[in-house]
Ligand binder design. Structure first.
Ligand code: UD1
Length: 370
């Protein structure tokens, strides 16, 4: 325990006292002496970003103690609701170790990453550096600090092009872009570290995340986003003059790419379930996060037209580098393992909440400034 750590515990002893019923509390490494017991925190890396911020809000609402580490490269201060924000990088060992110690972190949820598939094709080292190397650093810090639980943001991109477009957790992993590979390597590091230590983890393989907090407090804020639902809603809201369909000659029913779109609020709740699972002694596991059915690009765009009441200006363009034709989750294992059941499995709700957030961003441009 560092001197700063000790001072902080003493100064804020009342605040840090964990209730007897809190199953997460543990003693500071140096023993308690006359000090109060400091409650354990959950470190959320990337907690100022799109998905991380929704998870932080749900954790805080549930009464969890949370600290966010985010370098604000694509995240926003305004997105961190109810938790302290430390501005820093997961690749910075000193910064990470300090946060782990000062906040008595018992669980890490690791969202911080670059996530844009075509960009990973043109800038692979950016992805291996920020996703794979920074994750290795984070894991090393966690190992040193005795972090017990790790929830990892993995991706359906680890499957590459699965047979019939349907990916099971045991399907072969064969990424077709550096993004998927950068995340798969992190899964391997996590698996090997867990085998060699007391760390237990849940790796969640996200399918296509979309939508916004139904309460209107949060959403996908970055203006340069590339995600289909976001881009289409930006266009419907007047932010973009047109949008493109990347590829109309795929071997899919209407020739456009098929994806399993999952509402961000459901994805966030899966993280809280994963945390409970680990606290209850669950063994390390890897789970798909999707609904188990897909929509084509054209189907998504039709829904955006219906919900917004506006015809979209659509350009048909060639395929985009790194895109598989179809990617849909086999989504049974997560329900059985975590007892998770989605509440927003409805394309209309996904599009409506996304659109409402785009309208809010237009009314409040300050949300897009740090
Ligand atoms: C998204 C995630 C990726 C995850 C993957 C899982 C991000 C930035 N990307 O990638 O991390 O691994 O889901 O499946 O979080 N499309 C268009 N026009 C557009 C944008 C997209 O036609 O303007 C098409 C794409 O070609 C694709 C589909 O829409 O067929 C979905 O693309 P997109 O929303 O960009 O997500 P993914 O590339 O699947």
């Amino acid at each position: 325990m560092t001197a700063g750590h000790l001072r902080r515990v003493q100064e804020t002893a009342g605040q840090w006292l964990a209730p007897e019923s809190d199953p997460t509390h543990r003693l500071p490494a140096g023993g308690i002496g006359t000090m109060a017991v400091m409650a354990e925190s959950i470190l959320v890396t990337g907690g100022a970003g799109y998905i991380g911020s929704h998870v932080v809000r749900q954790l805080v609402e549930r009464g969890e103690r949370v600290v966010v580490l985010d370098n604000l490269s694509t995240g926003y201060r305004s997105a961190v609701l109810g938790a302290p924000l430390v501005v820093g990088d997961t690749g910075d060992a000193q910064a990470v170790s300090r946060v782990l110690a000062e906040h008595n972190v018992g669980t890490v949820m690791h969202f911080a990453a670059h996530t844009i598939v075509p960009e990973s094709v043109s800038k692979p080292l950016k992805y291996y550096g920020n996703n794979t190397c920074a994750t290795r650093n984070l894991l090393e810090c966690c190992d040193r600090a005795g972090v017990k639980h790790f929830v990892f943001s993995s991706t359906a991109a680890v499957y590459g092009i699965p047979a019939e477009g349907l990916a099971r957790e045991e399907s072969p992993t064969a990424p077709i872009n550096p993004y998927g590979l950068s995340k798969l390597m992190s899964e391997w590091m996590l698996r090997d570290l867990a085998a060699a230590s007391a760390l237990r983890y849940v790796a969640l393989r996200y399918f296509n995340v979309a939508g916004s907090d139904p309460g209107g407090r949060l959403g996908h804020t970055a203006p340069t986003a590339t995600l289909l639902v976001k881009v289409a809603c930006q266009h419907a809201a007047g932010v973009r003059p047109a949008l493109q369909i990347f590829g109309t000659d795929y071997p899919t029913p209407d020739g456009t790419g098929v994806r399993d779109y999952i509402h961000v609020e459901d994805l966030a709740s899966a993280h809280l379930r994963a945390l409970d699972y680990l606290r209850n002694g669950g063994s390390s596991t890897t789970l798909n996060c999707g609904y188990g059915h897909g929509y084509s690009v054209r189907e998504v765009l039709r829904m955006v037209e219906r919900v917004s009441g506006k015809p979209l200006v659509i350009e048909e363009s060639p395929r985009r580098a790194g895109d598989p034709p179809s990617l849909v989750a086999h989504a049974e294992r997560i329900r059985a393992a975590l007892g998770w059941s989605p509440r927003f499995d409805d394309l209309e709700t996904i599009v409506r909440t996304q659109l409402e957030w785009e309208y809010r961003l237009q009314r409040e441009p300050s949300l897009q400034r740090n």
